[in-house]
Design a protein around this ligand. Sequence first.
Ligand SMILES: [Zn+2]
Length: 226
Amino acid sequence: MLLIAFAYIFLILVLSTNVQFNFFVKSYNQNPHFPEKAVALSFDDGPVENTLEILKILDRYEVKAAFFCIGRNIKKHPEIFREIIKRGHIVGNHTYSHTRKMGFLRSKTILKEIKKCDEIAEKIGGVKMNLFRPPFGIINPKTKKALQKTGHKVIGWNIRPYDAITKSPEKILERIIKDLKKGDLILLHDNMPNTATILEQLLVILKQRNFSTVRADKLFDIHAYN
Ligand SMILES: [Zn+2]
């Protein structure tokens, strides 16, 4: 009996900490049926100073991406937030504080975290964000309850190179390109020091392999804003 209980708890933990399983909420992670040989790029945890360098590179390669922004960082860097939108990228909600306690929050607190980020984005960038990416990919019944109230669409990923914990740009790049296929959605972090280097090399490789890029909202045919 005890074993079954442990197995159950383990299963719930695994399912609730991995957005890809679509267990509690439908999330958009990849679209293999997309008609073109294209992949989508997404950047989490900004806006920060580094974001400007990322924007420059994306412009140079004429690539449009998705940025899932932390409310607190939008407040700190309003100009950079507006710059992301101005250059034709989309922005999405990544909560206000991105707290490490995300998995333990009550649904009321999660709701507050999401709403506060929305309000700041609207005030500073004039956008009503429709897309939400859960910090650490954590979706549990409490997150689900909060999202039922806010109505955001959940955007996950299917290519995660662990760029926030791996130091070597080569390793990160290798993880991205190893089995890359059309319709993939790549997760990167614009607050990591090596992201610009990785991005530049990635865009060269994508070109060599005849991959184009598509913005995440177009990949899934959904609206980024309300
Ligand atoms: Zn994050």
